[in-house]
Design a protein around this ligand. Structure first.
Ligand code: S3P
Length: 176
């Protein structure tokens, strides 16, 4: 799958719970190109869970590892990558991703993210030990700080009102 002879790279960005991994997987099937979830890639390369890395090296240590491994996956040709919610917001990661790939911001309203994160089963170190009210407030505040980074993506899709099927169809349409 090539676009004008250049390797096709798609990087999905957005807050935790926006559906980056789900959309990435489905997009990979649809386009027939490999999918990498940056968190999973980090876990397999480091032989540790994201939570263990946070516990052992702190957030700063995690961000360094995340950047180094982002630079590995984003050099692959013809890939779909979903990155972590924080990836675009550290170092020059967002500018780097824009140079390497078609970046797509899956934008969702705080209330939608809140619902997904409270219902979801994945462990999110940043949310551990918070009450539902605290999670709600944390999402709003963090989203506000992160939005300027996310807004640099080449494409933005408001997925607040979309189900997964729709997210996938619209993302494919966007890249045609
Ligand atoms: C993080 C999001 C997580 C993971 C880590 C930190 C963040 O990824 O990278 O827990 O800072 O928002 P998901 O967005 O896939 O949950």
């Amino acid at each position: 799958y090539k676009e004008g002879g250049r390797p096709l790279r798609i990087i999905l960005i957005g807050y935790m719970g926006a559906g980056k991994t789900t959309v990435g997987k489905a997009l990979s099937k649809e386009l027939g190109i490999p999918f990498y979830d940056l968190d999973w890639y980090i876990e397999s390369r480091m032989r540790r869970t994201v939570k263990q890395i946070f516990d052992e090296k702190g957030e700063d240590g995690f961000r360094k590892t995340e950047q180094a491994l982002l630079h590995e996956v984003a050099e692959f040709e013809n890939v779909i990558i979903s990155c972590g919610g924080g990836t675009p917001c550290f170092f020059d990661n967002m500018d780097y991703m824009n140079r390497q790939a078609e970046t797509v911001y899956l934008k969702a309203a705080p209330g939608v993210l809140y619902k997904h994160l409270l219902m979801g089963k994945s462990v999110r170190p940043l949310l551990l030990g918070k009450t539902p009210d605290e999670v709600g407030l944390f999402i709003r505040e963090q989203l506000e700080r992160r939005e300027p980074f996310y807004a640099k993506a080449k494409h933005t899709l408001d997925v607040s009102l979309m189900d997964n099927y729709e997210k996938i169809q619209v993302t494919v349409g966007l890249l045609r």
